[in-house]
Design a protein around this ligand. Structure first.
Ligand SMILES: *Cc1c(COP(=O)(O)O)cnc(C)c1O
Length: 371
């Protein structure tokens, strides 16, 4: 089957539809190549690199219109490292976690494994749905996931009690609406919505969260230096990281933020374009007898990661194999979810025309393998 050749005029311009790492705009890579000689392989403690770092921080601050006193912290290690850093440096005694997929579950596992914390208070929901955010007596941190990348479900951050609101926005940031007044820490890796590479976390941090970080750091709790958020805050204020960062990751993310702000507009404008793309993909799935959006509640359907179940008579693996052989990449379901599903990254860098081409390609493949 995978020797099926999709007609060239149906193919997308860019065949990258993965949910992380996701499409990096070729223009940004070309720009990196242009400046590489004076940037890559130079000291991250010197102005050229620190200027790029600063450009990323300022760009993020502008895109999200930071409330007064909030800071943009950049830390080494992606979101996965940040979970451990948060277990050490943000949770005072007990965290509430909303677990509705793989990524939200992993942060809960990190605080559950920390012997200096009480067992987390976990509120779960079946994959494809989301739990409701509710007050959590006895918890000092509410761990919310803006977009559960493994299932394609969104959850809006909300402040419902006095706990710090800490939001994993790795796949949602820069594409989903957020009111930062409702949030204390909004953190994300850069290889999804920010069309860059892995290895760094950006965290938008409120004054209350900065105070918590400082208080825990000054306490007698042991915190490994690499995971010390107080150190990350200090270094970020100097446009640096504790140890050597990936400079290309910083540069590509800064390019993407500038591109979003100059080519699309403010965050509301980006969200509006995300709605157009999501409407196309979910609308397409609803119109096909053999496809159904996995997430039944339309208001929970992600604007960045579309999950589409296929009828049992059509193998998603087979569809993906044909797509892959034709350069249309990475729309496999999250492996542990174990569904006959396409999972499509629709991040800001992905063109609406390419999503239209993607669905046309799937139609073409299904017509040939069905039966
Ligand atoms: C991808 C992803 C992560 C993991 O990011 P890493 O940079 O690989 O650590 C965490 N949370 C969410 C919601 C994600 O989508």
């Amino acid at each position: 089957m995978s020797d099926l050749v999709i007609p060239a005029d149906l193919l997308p311009q860019d065949g990258r539809f993965g949910c992380g790492p996701s499409k990096i705009r070729p223009e940004a890579v070309a720009r990196l190549a242009e400046v590489a000689d004076g940037l890559l392989g130079t000291s991250h403690r010197k102005p050229r690199v620190r200027d790029q770092f600063h450009r990323l921080q300022e760009g993020v601050a502008g895109l999200f219109r930071l409330p007064a006193g909030y800071e943009v912290v950049v830390a080494v290690g992606g979101a996965t490292a940040f979970w451990d850093a948060a277990a050490f440096g943000l949770v005072e005694r007990r965290a509430r976690h909303y677990v509705f997929g793989e990524f939200s579950g992993k942060f809960a596992s990190a605080t559950a494994a920390a012997p200096w914390l009480e067992d987390p208070d976990i509120v779960g929901a079946e994959p494809g749905s989301r739990p409701q955010v509710t007050p959590a007596a006895g918890c000092d941190l509410q761990a919310i996931t803006h977009n559960e990348t493994s299932t394609g479900v969104m959850q809006a951050p909300a402040r419902v009690d006095n706990a710090l609101v800490v939001v994993d926005a790795t796949s949602g940031a820069g594409a989903l609406p957020v009111d930062l007044e409702q949030v204390d820490v909004y953190y994300f890796s850069l290889q999804k919505g920010f069309a860059s590479e892995g290895g760094l976390t950006v965290a938008i941090v409120s004054p209350a969260a900065l105070a918590r970080i400082e208080a825990i750091s000054a306490s007698d709790r042991y915190v490994p230096a690499f995971l010390d958020l107080a150190t990350a805050v200090d270094n970020s204020r100097k446009n640096q990281t504790y140890n050597t960062p990936s400079v290309s990751t910083v540069f590509l993310a800064a390019e993407q933020v500038d591109w979003m702000r100059t080519q699309i507009g403010d965050l509301d404008d980006v969200v509006a374009t995300q709605h157009v793309k999501a409407d196309h993909v979910y609308g397409w799935a609803e119109q096909r007898a053999w496809a159904t959006p996995f997430v039944t509640d339309p208001s929970a359907r992600s604007l960045v990661v579309a999950t589409v179940d296929l009828d049992g008579s059509i193998s998603a693996d087979e569809v993906n194999a044909v797509l892959r052989a034709n350069g249309v990449l990475d729309t496999d379901a999250y492996r542990k979810l174990g569904r006959n599903q396409l999972r499509i990254g629709m991040f800001p860098a992905v063109d609406p025309e390419d999503l239209a081409a993607y669905t046309a390609c799937v139609d073409w493949v299904v017509e040939r393998i069905a039966g």
